[in-house]
Structures are given as structure tokens and as C-alpha cells.
Design a protein around this ligand. Structure first.
Ligand code: GDP
Length: 237
């Protein structure tokens, strides 16, 4: 059974005071609208429509919580990048997102979704540069990898890795395709480490989209976890 198969919609949060009090560890998903965030959450949960609940009226600008296990959640953050009134963006950011990302103790890592054909948008870089100083890990999913040739995948992987390495340390990245369901095991391994969930030992066949692994000395970040390549280094709590 896929690791996050039991994920179920839990609640929509519009105000900081409504954040679930029982959360011990939660992983947030951020990304530009249309980058494939909902599809990636659905793929990880092995559920065709789970995260589309976040796209229903009244929920698109809020934090949508999906319960994985007691005390453990995925949090779907509002997609960014579509033209909105600057005032709207600013108040959303200042009122909810910035304090959430900065001060939420239960937040144990950020999954940053980028369309592999259009990675590193200005807002992606802002989000990365803004979250990196928290010391918590960031895992980048380069989505829609099925739209690229193997050669293009390698190029984009290296480019993104190099650019992000200039900004932060505690990150990893991988190629991912919800369409082909590839890259799922790699993502599960990273997120299971953050969430302290046991990984099943049924290694799936490699997808050919797995992150490059580099034999580099492990550096310990503030969260006890660090990786620049997409190697699935898990932290121990
Ligand atoms: P979101 O706005 O970031 O939540 O993006 P969605 O998950 O709704 O996806 C936006 C569009 O990209 C939809 O038309 C999806 O079908 C498509 N899409 C998402 N993931 C993939 C993928 O892995 N491969 C391909 N080819 N299309 C995808």
C-alpha cells in the first residue's frame, strides 16, 4: 500500500488561531498555480481527487490540511503566481502565509513544486530564499517530467540544483511525474524521513527519473537533515 494512501481531507484554515493543535509534524506543499501541486499530492496519496478539495470555492487562498496519521499532516498552501491585486497578495502573505511558514513549530519541511519545463520562476526563488533561513529542509519536485526527454531532464535537474545551491543548503530535488507515477518512491523516502514514518521495504523498480545521487559527505542542517542532491537521506529524530 502506498505510504500516504490513508490521507484524508481534514480541515481548511484561514486564520492562524485555527491551525490544528494536535499536529506533531506536517509537510507543506507550495508552488506556482498549475505547476502540478494538486496532482502531486494526489499521486502521493494514490487518490485521484484528494487535493482538488483545495481548489473548491472558499478554500483556494487558505491552508488545506490532509491527515496522514494521528498528528501528521500534509498542508496544501495556496498556489501562487496568478495575477491578483497586490493588496490581496500582500495581506494573504502577511496575515497567514508568512507567519505560518516562519513560526509553525509543527512544520517539518517544505515541498516546493516546480514545473520542470518552467522552473525557477521569480516567485519560486522568493519562496525558496525566504524559507531556507528557517533551517528546515526543502524538497523540490520537478513535475511533469514526462514532458521532457531524458537529456532535458538531466539538464533541468542540474540547472535547478546549481541555482538553488547558491541560495540555500538544506534542500534536495528530484524529477517527478504524476502522469507516469514516477519519482513516487523517492519522494516518499524523503517525506517519510521528515514525518518519522516507517518506509515499507518493498523497493519499487527505479523509474529512470530518480534524482542523481552524489557521494558527498552528509552535512547536518538545523533539522538534522541535509542533502543537495536528490538522494533520499532521512533524518533521525
Ligand atoms: P496545481 O494548480 O499546481 O495544483 O496543478 P494541477 O495538479 O491542477 O495540474 C495542472 C495541470 O497540469 C493539469 O492539467 C494537470 O493534468 C497537469 N499535470 C499535472 N501533473 C502532471 C504530470 O506529471 N504530467 C503531465 N503531463 N501533466 C500534469
Amino acid at each position: 500500500m502506498p505510504l500516504f494512501q490513508k490521507a484524508a481531507f481534514s480541515t481548511t484554515v484561514a486564520k492562524l488561531r485555527d491551525l490544528p493543535a494536535d499536529s506533531q509534524c506536517e509537510v507543506a506543499f507550495a508552488g506556482r498555480s498549475n505547476a502540478g501541486k494538486s496532482s502531486a499530492i494526489n499521486t502521493l496519496a494514490n487518490h485521484t481527487r484528494l487535493a482538488f478539495v483545495s481548489k473548491t470555492p472558499g478554500r483556494t487562498q487558505h491552508l488545506n490540511y490532509f491527515l496522514l496519521e494521528p498528528g501528521k499532516y500534509f498542508v496544501d498552501l495556496p498556489g501562487y503566481g496568478f495575477a491578483k491585486a497586490p493588496e490581496e497578495i500582500r495581506s494573504q502573505w502577511e496575515g497567514l502565509l508568512a507567519p505560518y511558514l516562519r513560526h509553525r513549530d509543527a512544520l517539518c519541511g517544505l515541498v516546493l513544486i516546480m514545473d520542470s519545463r518552467h522552473p525557477l520562476t521569480e516567485l519560486d526563488l522568493q519562496m525558496f530564499g525566504w524559507f531556507a533561513p528557517t533551517g528546515k529542509p526543502i524538497h523540490v519536485l520537478l513535475t511533469k517530467a514526462d514532458k521532457l526527454t531524458r537529456q532535458q531532464q538531466l539538464l533541468v535537474f542540474r540547472e535547478v540544483q546549481e541555482v538553488l545551491a547558491e541560495i540555500g543548503e538544506n534542500f534536495s530535488l528530484q524529477l517527478f511525474s504524476s502522469l507516469q507515477k514516477s519519482g513516487v518512491k523517492e519522494a516518499e523516502a524523503v517525506l517519510a524521513g521528515w514525518l518519522d514514518l516507517p518506509l515499507k521495504d518493498d523497493p519499487a523498480p527505479r523509474t529512470g527519473l530518480a534524482s542523481e545521487k552524489k557521494a558527498r559527505p552528509k552535512k547536518r542542517g538545523a533539522m538534522g537533515w541535509s542533502a543537495r542532491s536528490g538522494s533520499s537521506v532521512t533524518k533521525s529524530h
